[in-house]
Design a protein around this ligand. Structure first.
Ligand SMILES: NC(=O)c1ccc[n+]([C@@H]2O[C@H](COP(=O)([O-])OP(=O)(O)OC[C@H]3O[C@@H](n4cnc5c(N)ncnc54)[C@H](O)[C@@H]3O)[C@@H](O)[C@H]2O)c1
Ligand SMILES: [Zn+2]
Length: 439
């Protein structure tokens, strides 16, 4: 018997732009992402790529290409002018590109739970003749972009996707990478694919209407990537926790760009962009976070759950002798200084063994959990000591529940309370860690 062995490589490259006012008629970011030449729009909206460079070469105009825009209803309800701004922008791009329709879908996690959202996108793709030379624009939070990304990756086996993320978390993490996903049978991201986007445009001005809770939630992913990859970024966050906690524009923008850059470095330089191995460094704190999100019926935001998950894995790292206690306290302090609540009622229902097993199933292959060696260095372990993890969980619950009764409230609802109680909280941690030596 003969065997054949096809062997080919596919190169992926896509721009991640940072700009303001992407729908301003003089801002060329979107027209360039659509392949129109540099001189097509006269302006110069000041858009740059992640390294601060001007845009790269644009390709020839795609004559008569079609576009379909899917928008997040949470964004549109607070910015009702966006659909007509988009129509005006595309009017300038005729005859090269035709915006066939703008569709608004529910934003937030519920969007990922409802497969009928996929059907709506597929129907529009069919109705408006959106083909593999067309563009789908996904404009909204990470959840909507995950859904549109899956639809775009699967309709006609892949339509070019331009992501315009409008939350902190989507701009610094969810929308810049190569994954999409939907929830199924109560399991987070059970459905999904790896599909790099055609382009990403991060517009800081769109964050203006985002709730304080969603701004804060996005910062969790920055703490995460700093903890596993960049001690200097972690120190910067510690030094500017006040400005970050007040969501000062310059501080938040710096956090988003650096966090995006670290994520992209991992994806493009980490050797496993499509996660065929078991190591998942960017999932620090996520094994329990995903479970807590599910247990809360998604009342807990992804970033809020990740903050709690990172606290738990930092305490575990310390108890397991990997991380100095002083370093662990730095993690917990930064998270509470940023306004995160490290207790949520669903911690009581977290079944460590089951959550670890589900995480392993999601990874495929052997269990691989990222833990901490220091504030800036992660390390991967293939075994978790269930007893130590349960003790760590009990310690988190006991220490942070002292802030007050938060049962039935989401972490964001209690974050104001935890801010008021920060000194009480720190005292509680101190007493607890003194009484046990190691937490
Ligand atoms: N694909 C990936 O690699 C990846 C990575 C990390 C997270 N995620 C996913 O991202 C999702 C979380 O995304 P998120 O944090 O962006 O939250 P989200 O998408 O749930 O949005 C939060 C809320 O903000 C609203 N909103 C969006 N933009 C707004 C704006 N500018 N002004 C006012 N309201 C606005 C939305 O309607 C929603 O109600 C989770 O489902 C998570 O699993 C995906
Ligand atoms: Zn995450």
């Amino acid at each position: 018997m003969e065997s054949l062995k096809p062997d080919f490589k596919i190169h992926h490259s896509y721009p991640v732009h940072f700009t303001r006012n992407v729908f301003n008629l003089e801002n060329p970011a979107l027209s360039r992402a659509l392949g129109l030449p540099r001189e097509f729009l006269s302006g110069g909206g000041g858009a740059t790529d992640v390294s601060g460079n001007d845009f790269g070469k644009s390709t020839e105009p795609k004559v008569s290409a079609r576009a379909l825009a899917i928008l997040d209803d949470g964004l549109v309800s607070l910015n009702p002018e966006i659909p007509s701004l988009l129509v005006d922008y595309f009017d300038l791009l005729r005859p090269y590109i035709q915006l066939e329709s703008t569709i608004t879908l529910p934003g937030g996690e519920s969007c990922k739970n409802d497969l009928s959202n996929l059907t709506r996108i597929y129907e529009a793709v069919a109705r408006y003749g959106i083909d593999r030379h067309s563009y789908i624009l996904a404009i909204g939070g990470g959840a909507l972009i995950d859904v549109v990304g899956f639809a775009a990756a699967t309709a006609h086996r892949g339509i070019r996707l331009i992501r315009i993320p409008t939350t902190v978390l989507a701009q610094n993490d969810a929308s810049i990478g190569v994954k999409n996903g939907m929830n199924f049978a109560g399991r987070k991201n059970f459905i999904g694919s790896f599909a790099p986007p055609h382009a990403v445009i991060n517009d800081f001005a769109l964050l203006r209407t985002l709730s304080p809770e969603d701004r804060r939630a996005g910062m969790a992913e920055a703490v995460k990537v700093a903890l596993i990859r960049d001690p200097a970024f972690f120190q910067w966050m510690e030094a500017h926790a006040g400005q970050l906690g007040r969501f000062e524009d310059w501080a938040l923008q710096h956090l988003i760009v650096r966090c995006a850059e670290l994520h992209l470095n991992q994806i493009s330089g980490g050797g496993d962009p499509f996660e065929s191995g078991s190591a998942r460094p960017l999932d620090f704190g996520h094994w329990s976070a995903h479970k807590l999100e599910e247990l809360s019926g998604h009342q807990l935001r992804h970033g809020e759950a990740v903050a709690i998950g990172m606290a738990l894995d930092s305490v575990y790292s310390c108890r397991a002798g990997l991380l100095e206690e002083k370093q662990m306290m730095r993690v917990l302090s930064l998270l509470t200084d940023l306004g995160f609540s490290l207790y949520c009622p669903w911690l009581d229902e977290l079944n460590v063994d089951q959550a670890l097993q589900e995480f392993q199933e999601h990874l495929g292959g052997e269990l691989c959990i990222t833990l901490l060696d220091s504030c800036g260095t992660g390390l991967e372990l293939n075994e978790i000591d269930g007893t130590i993890m349960k003790e760590s969980l009990a310690w988190i619950k006991e220490s942070y529940e002292k802030i007050g009764d938060v049962r039935g409230k989401s972490a964001s609802q209690v974050s104001a309370k935890s801010k008021n109680g920060t000194s009480e909280l720190k005292a509680a941690i101190h007493v607890s860690s003194e009484s046990e030596k190691v937490p």
